[in-house]
Design a protein around this ligand. Structure first.
Ligand code: GLN
Length: 232
């Protein structure tokens, strides 16, 4: 799936690698395409509306599920955004309908009976391995589904502003080893260059501090604007 600037997120990773002289190869996997669990450092599932999600869900289960489990088991990063986080879990319930997920993380999603959506600018506080102290991710959320984490499953972050997974718990996203999910899009990585770098470093098995610094004046301004929009 690919909505809300998922391509921009890919471009961000590509550019930051290129500026540092790091190789970057993007391979797309559409409906029916198999995925090689050993061929990539990061697996990315974008967002989509319910209609697209139904189309992708069964295909993910049928042709990509085993590969994504194998990739996560060997420590590759798997990042699911919005509809992507929903498909990483057990299922997405829409009334009587149950859209299957790949069960890579212990969570499930239920669409609100009244169809109400959780929309707006959002900021969360996150603590990630290899980074000292908390950081802020700022973005935009727009989802009808409410995501519930299983017992003992950690969210990606704590909601500072916005709705998060379910509009109630204060939890946003999921962080389970190298599997990460979040409702933040809008686009996530150009608004949070530090997180793009953390993903790159982690995917390559590097300390985030080992990445060569870049001139991030524009990126810092984008991050500040996203935080301002969220009121943080
Ligand atoms: N279809 C999902 C929902 O509305 C995800 C939407 C999205 O990816 N923006 O809950």
């Amino acid at each position: 799936m690919n909505i809300y600037a998922d391509r921009g997120n890919m471009l961000m990773l590509e550019r930051r690698c290129a500026w540092r002289g790091l190789g970057f190869t993007l391979t797309a996997a559409g409906l029916g395409d198999a995925v090689d669990p050993d061929a990539h450092d990061l697996f990315y599932l974008g967002g989509g509306q319910d209609r697209d999600q139904r189309l992708c869900a069964q295909d993910l289960v049928d042709t990509k599920c085993d590969a994504l489990h194998a990739a996560a088991a060997r420590g590759a990063l798997v990042l699911g955004i919005c509809g992507g986080i929903q498909l990483l879990g057990h299922h997405y319930e829409l009334g009587d309908e149950r859209v299957p997920g790949i069960g890579l993380v212990d969570l499930h999603t239920v669409r609100a009976a009244d169809g109400s959506r959780l929309i707006g600018n959002v900021a969360i506080e996150v603590r990630l391995p290899g980074l000292d102290g908390p950081r802020v991710l700022a973005g935009f959320e727009n989802h009808g589904g409410r995501t519930m984490l299983g017992t003992g499953v950690h969210p990606l972050g704590r909601v500072l502003r916005g709705h998060g997974n379910d509009g109630r718990s204060g939890a946003e996203g999921v962080l389970a080893g190298t599997v990460i999910g979040t409702y933040l899009h809008g686009p996530l990585l150009p608004k949070n260059a530090w997180f793009a770098d953390w993903l790159l470093a982690t995917a390559l098995g590097l300390d985030p501090a080992a990445l060569a610094p870049l001139d991030d004046r524009l990126e810092d301004a984008a991050h500040a604007a996203a935080r301002r929009a969220a009121g943080v």
